[in-house]
Design a protein around this ligand. Structure first.
Ligand SMILES: Nc1ncnc2c1ncn2[C@@H]1O[C@H](COP(=O)(O)OS(=O)(=O)O)[C@@H](OP(=O)(O)O)[C@H]1O
Length: 308
């Protein structure tokens, strides 16, 4: 499990644009258990330890996602919904710091976040009654968001979008392939709907109220009629909105608490770019869109999961 950290850091600080362009290894990704994992951020040994030793509790909550699918947004919503009786929106820790992730100090229910695919989660999570919320997003916006992020984190202003796009289509991207990541959680959400909620960035944008209420109910923290009447749902939505989070002082000036590559400590700013649905239209050609659509059609052909 990882906290709100960059998952795209490389173990080669001076990676050149051409090297980054050529393959996933140049971006510090390692193929492990069928996925491309950022080995510098999440060494495979720590994944094995997590799989073996992590003890899930029945009331644990796990926010799961592929990078750039809406992790920051969903984490803020889940934390705020679950802790709304402990804090007010003016003193909630999200205003100033990352929540304390020391396992022994996290109050119940513990809220974790991970980019790991379902197949890599600890067995204790799969056996427990804990809740997993997965968020996904249309892959066209994900690839554009990812490209901006990698360029920012690695200081690669000239890295061509085409190279990032090609890697994405081959499945060679952080925690990719995208389709296998989404399918793992999708299939489990169909099999165990009371334990795994499958959410979409676009639906959360389109109908924030209905989706936030759905999320709160799933987490077993439903809004009371009184709360709905006095506008708590909208207050939480507004607090967690792109515009509000982006403008918090901690997100304008803050940096990740740690990085194993000191020169590449990402600032919080990088997690807030445009926050829009469909921005890919400004970056991807119709041919590229068709290409990725065809890849998805093929990879998801056996499943009921679709992306527009
Ligand atoms: N509150 C809120 N509401 C809506 N959208 C938001 C929000 N916070 C972040 N964002 C946008 O989400 C994109 C970053 O994705 P992630 O948070 O999954 O990134 S990461 O996994 O934490 O690296 C990235 O998307 P793009 O703007 O398309 O690049 C962010 O701008």
């Amino acid at each position: 499990m990882e906290s709100k950290e960059s998952s795209l850091e490389t173990s080669t600080p001076n990676v050149s644009p051409s090297a980054a362009a050529s393959n996933a290894y140049a971006l510090g990704l390692t193929q492990f258990q069928g996925f491309w994992i950022p080995s510098s951020r999440v060494p495979t040994s720590s994944i094995i330890s997590f799989q073996k030793y992590f003890q899930a509790l029945d009331d644990d909550i796990i926010v799961a996602s592929k990078p750039k699918a809406g992790t920051t947004w969903l984490k803020a919503l889940v934390f705020t919904i679950v802790n709304r009786h402990s804090y007010t929106l003016s003193n909630i820790p999200l205003n100033s710091e990352n929540p304390n992730l020391d396992l022994s100090k996290i109050p119940s229910p513990r809220v974790f976040s991970t980019h790991l695919p379902y197949s890599m989660l600890a067995d204790s999570i799969k056996r427990s009654n804990c809740r997993i919320v997965y968020i996904t997003r249309n892959p066209f916006d994900i690839v554009v968001s990812l490209w901006h992020f990698v360029r920012g984190v690695h200081n690669l202003p000239d890295w061509p979008l085409e190279d990032c796009f090609e890697m994405f289509c081959r499945g060679e991207e952080s925690y990719g392939p995208f389709w296998d990541h989404a399918l793992g959680y999708w299939n489990m959400s169909v099999e165990k709907p009371s334990n795994i909620l499958f959410m979409r960035y676009e639906e959360l944008k389109e109908d924030s109220v209905a989706q936030t209420k759905r999320l709160a109910e799933f987490l077993r923290f439903p809004f009371s009629l009184e709360e709905e009447k006095i506008g708590v749902v909208n207050q939480i939505i507004d607090f967690c909105s792109f515009n509000n989070l982006k403008d918090l002082e901690v997100n304008k000036t803050g940096k990740m608490p740690r990085s194993i590559i000191p020169s590449l400590i990402p600032s919080h700013k990088l997690f807030f770019r445009s926050g829009k649905v469909g921005d890919y239209i400004n970056h991807l050609s119709p041919t590229a869109v068709e290409r990725l659509s065809n890849v998805l059609k093929e990879k998801l052909s056996e499943s009921s999961l679709t992306f527009n």
